[in-house]
Design a protein around this ligand. Structure first.
Ligand code: AMP
Ligand code: GLY
Length: 426
């Protein structure tokens, strides 16, 4: 198989690393990739214009690509799967209409309401006055979400009414903090509980859930500080017990995939359900139309199966005929970030210790915001690296991940020291 992989983050490095292990895969082109991906066997990084999807399809045709795997949501929401489908090219990832599940929170909430999929109660508001009136009616705590892609930053969990009203002003008033994404807001009930991420493979008809994982969204230890793209993950996440996981599959994943098909928006690829677990209840916080980052960095190391074969079946059908198993061990990923992230930070600092860390037991160092400069790897983003280790349990995986993280350094490096604390407390 010849594969084209779109993206450049830690998630894509994990995808490349796992795809390269498939005996069916001969070559992986990554656009644009990163220095970590470039070092994976069978991988070659290429520059393609991702704003011109026809030219990306031209590349796929010219290079005899059998499967294109799309990492980031923006390229999916832009409709890469539709462009490729009209040219008979196989893509792992949903169509533009199906990617609305992430692209529009209003769409996601409305379809969940229509098909009785458990989620927080909500109201979609088109103007500032209606939004403010609804907040005053419901009171705090309450959650305000800009309707559209806002790089994971368009959500305000308001603990007071004043905070909620201020968020509405910022999103819908003259500031338009999130641009077009703030023209509409979704206001929803604050859900108490513990979050978990449950990703699933689907071919539009069948679903295969992955191992549940848990992200750490806040920047600092003890879940303090601003929200980030994710500072670390672990899997499996014990908060989603076997019973709750089964419930999530039956009450959430299967119904939403069937609903999308019934609505003429058949969903193929990876479906990411962000869940809130409270007692024996599981509700949807959000859906994403792609793999999570850094969830992928802990889920794929536990996959006991051929990722290329699974992905091709998602794209072309027949997922029910493919073997997917999970290893009976655990994984922890610690994100090493630039000092200052998620606010402003400096970049271009040389990174030392990469080879030493990668040689440690059961450890992989996934690159995210890195680049090559004068023959050395330097920082080039907020989240720089994801150090993943596996072990017989979370404690062993955590110890290994932190040992490896400890030998890596760059100026102003910042990382959380408590990844997986919830699992270890249980
Ligand atoms: P989202 O982008 O919708 O996942 O929201 C980002 C984060 O905000 C989630 O991961 C939660 O931590 C939090 N959040 C979103 N919606 C709710 C809700 N209804 N209740 C409590 N927390 C929420
Ligand atoms: N780690 C959260 C996300 O990928 O959306």
């Amino acid at each position: 198989m010849q594969i084209l992989l779109i993206g450049s983050g830690g998630r894509e490095h994990a995808l490349a690393w796992k795809l390269a292990q498939s005996t069916q895969v001969e070559k992986i082109y990554a656009a644009p990739g990163n220095p970590g991906i470039a070092a994976v066997e069978k991988c070659e990084c290429v520059e393609l214009n991702l704003n011109d999807l026809d030219s990306v399809a031209d590349f796929a045709e010219e290079h005899g690509i059998d499967l294109t795997v799309v990492g980031p949501e923006a390229t999916l929401v832009a409709g890469i799967a539709d462009v490729f489908a009209t040219r008979g090219l196989a893509v792992f990832g949903p169509s533009k209409a199906a990617a609305e599940l992430e692209g529009s929170k209003a769409f996601a909430k409305n379809i969940m309401a229509k098909y009785n999929i458990p989620t927080a109660f909500f109201k979609v508001c088109e103007d500032l006055e209606t939004a403010k009136a609804y907040v005053k009616e419901k009171g705090a705590p309450i959650v305000i979400k800009a309707d559209g892609l806002a790089a994971g930053k368009g959500v305000v969990v308001a603990m007071t009414e004043a905070e909620a009203l201020e968020a509405i002003d910022e999103m819908m008033g003259e500031q338009h903090k999130f641009g077009g994404a703030g023209a509409r807001v979704v206001i929803e009930e604050f859900m108490q509980g513990e979050e978990a991420s449950l990703l699933a493979f689907t071919d539009g008809e069948h679903i295969v859930p992955m191992i549940a994982s848990q992200d750490h969204k806040r920047a600092f230890d003890g879940d303090k500080g601003p929200n980030t793209g994710g500072m670390g993950t672990y899997a499996p996440a014990p908060v989603l017990t076997d019973i709750l996981r089964l419930r999530a599959v039956e009450k959430i994943l299967k119904p939403i995939v069937a609903a999308m098909k019934a609505e003429g928006r058949t969903y193929k690829g990876c479906l990411y359900a962000g869940l809130m677990v409270c007692g024996d209840e599981v509700k949807v916080v959000e859906f994403n139309c792609r793999f999570g980052d850094p969830e992928t960095q802990v889920v794929l190391p536990l996959l006991d199966g051929d990722l290329a074969e699974i992905m091709l079946a998602c794209a072309t059908g027949g997922l029910d005929k493919v073997d997917v198993a999970w290893k009976d061990c655990a994984a922890v990923c610690v994100v090493l970030a630039s000092g200052g992230y998620p606010e402003s930070y400096k970049q271009g600092y040389p990174i030392s210790g990469l080879d030493k860390a990668a040689a440690m037991p059961e450890t992989v160092v996934f690159h995210a915001g890195t680049k090559m400069a004068d023959g050395e790897v330097v920082t080039a983003g907020g989240r720089v690296l994801g150090v993943t280790a596996t072990g017989k349990d979370i404690a062993e995986a955590q110890e290994r991940a932190y040992k490896a993280a400890g030998v890596i350094s760059f100026t102003d490096m910042q990382y959380r020291k408590d990844i997986a604390w919830r699992a270890l407390k249980k």
